[in-house]
Design a protein around this ligand. Structure first.
Ligand SMILES: NC(=O)C1=CN([C@@H]2O[C@H](COP(=O)(O)OP(=O)(O)OC[C@H]3O[C@@H](n4cnc5c(N)ncnc54)[C@H](OP(=O)(O)O)[C@@H]3O)[C@@H](O)[C@H]2O)C=CC1
Ligand SMILES: CC(C)(CO)C(=O)C(=O)O
Length: 334
């Protein structure tokens, strides 16, 4: 299976790097400056378990069709990246985005159709360090993925990758790619699941990926709004007067938006949100890390779109709106 990873930043570098380390056929589509850095230093991943250095294949222009595309760019780079990667997308290619938020899903479906644009949710705390190496800051490294056809009747929300019962293996590779014409979505799911499993991170097939995208969005909007508005970690906010009340009020806003939009967060996702906002650990978000480094932030995709959803469904979100306005001021001054 030919895998193209678009972007070799924190998430692309991490998940693509682990796949390459596990011997998968991985190519990174990068821009010239990143290509030069990777040629010079290799792709280094520094994690709590130690450091690895890889020499992955990189390209700066697409060189044909790939079976799987992992899209790992920031939301503000999305449209250019989609144009750049389009030649990699053949009739049976699957594109799995790792981006936060929801708006990219619409862009992907518009370009490639729901048969080729799937959903992806990654959970990781990662960034590029000053050397351009991938820094994984905790042991968390989960990637859930699946077609955009949520099956709420599925008995399990997520299955470990490789657990699909459809028996297609790498041996089925044909000259036209691993997905033979006439295969259904399930066959691709099985092959992709096999390719992503056993690569040193937690890969899961999701039968409810749209709901998972919303669950993650609620979590991240809460985390991103709190940490960027109050300029500190969740632990620091919880130790400050009124911090816990603020976090709970913010989580109530984001949860109310999801519920009004028809994607209420429940069960494990609700428990994870609660556990995240009560922590005294120095938990932050990728948006906060970008802010503190003076980098562009994904304010529109993570907060602005949620404020727009709130307006659409007449949900009052003053804290979320204040955080969005704050990031707009920051972005205007960049
Ligand atoms: N970091 C984290 O902990 C997490 C991030 N996410 C989400 O994942 C997404 C990606 O974030 P992250 O990996 O952190 O971002 P990074 O900024 O670390 O990496 C994005 C990479 O995309 C590259 N890029 C942009 N446009 C193109 C293009 N046209 N072709 C090739 N490469 C391109 C950039 O390359 P260049 O060097 O050329 O600018 C950059 O290296 C975001 O939506 C984020 O919210 C989700 C979970 C956790
Ligand atoms: C939810 C979290 C913190 C971990 O994946 C994240 O997605 C981010 O920081 O962007």
């Amino acid at each position: 299976m030919r895998i193209l990873v678009v972007g070799a930043g924190a998430t692309g570098g991490y998940f693509g790097g682990r796949l390459a380390q596990a011997g998968r056929d991985v190519t990174f589509l990068v821009r010239p400056a990143r290509a030069a850095r990777l040629a010079e230093r290799g792709l280094r991943i520094k994690s709590p378990d130690g450091e690895i250095q890889l020499r992955p294949r990189t390209i700066t222009e697409v060189d044909g069709h790939y079976d799987l595309v992992l899209l790992a760019v920031k939301s503000y780079s999305l449209e250019t990246a989609l144009t750049d990667l389009t030649p990699a997308v053949g009739p049976r290619t699957v594109v799995i985005p790792l981006l936060n938020g929801i708006r990219h899903i619409e862009s992907l479906v518009r370009r490639f159709g729901a048969d080729r644009a799937w959903g992806g949710v990654c959970m990781i705390h990662a960034m590029l360090d000053p050397d351009g190496d991938v820094l994984q800051m905790s042991g968390l490294h989960r990637l859930s993925f699946g077609p955009l056809t949520d099956d709420s009747s599925a008995s399990a929300e997520v299955l470990p990758a490789g657990a699909s019962s459809v028996g297609v293996s790498f041996d089925d590779v044909s000259s036209g790619g691993v997905f033979a014409a006439g295969d259904g979505v399930d066959e691709r799911l099985s092959v992709i699941s096999e390719a992503l499993s056993g690569a040193g991170f937690d890969a899961r097939v999701s039968a409810t990926i749209v709901q998972e995208l919303w669950d993650k969005w609620v979590l991240l909007a809460t985390l991103g709004a709190a940490t960027t508005l109050l300029r500190g970690s969740i632990g620091a906010i919880n130790k400050a007067p009124g911090g816990s009340e603020f976090l709970h009020a913010l989580a109530a806003e984001t949860s109310a938006v999801a519920a009004a939009a028809g994607h209420p967060i429940r069960g494990k996702a609700a428990a994870m949100l609660e556990a995240t906002i009560v922590t005294t650990e120095p938990t932050t978000s990728s948006m906060y890390r970008d802010l503190t480094q003076g980098l562009p932030v994904e304010a529109g995709a993570i907060l602005g779109d949620m404020v727009a959803e709130a307006t659409k469904h007449q949900v009052s979100v003053p804290l979320l709106a204040a955080a969005h306005t704050g990031l707009a001021v920051y972005s205007a001054n960049l």
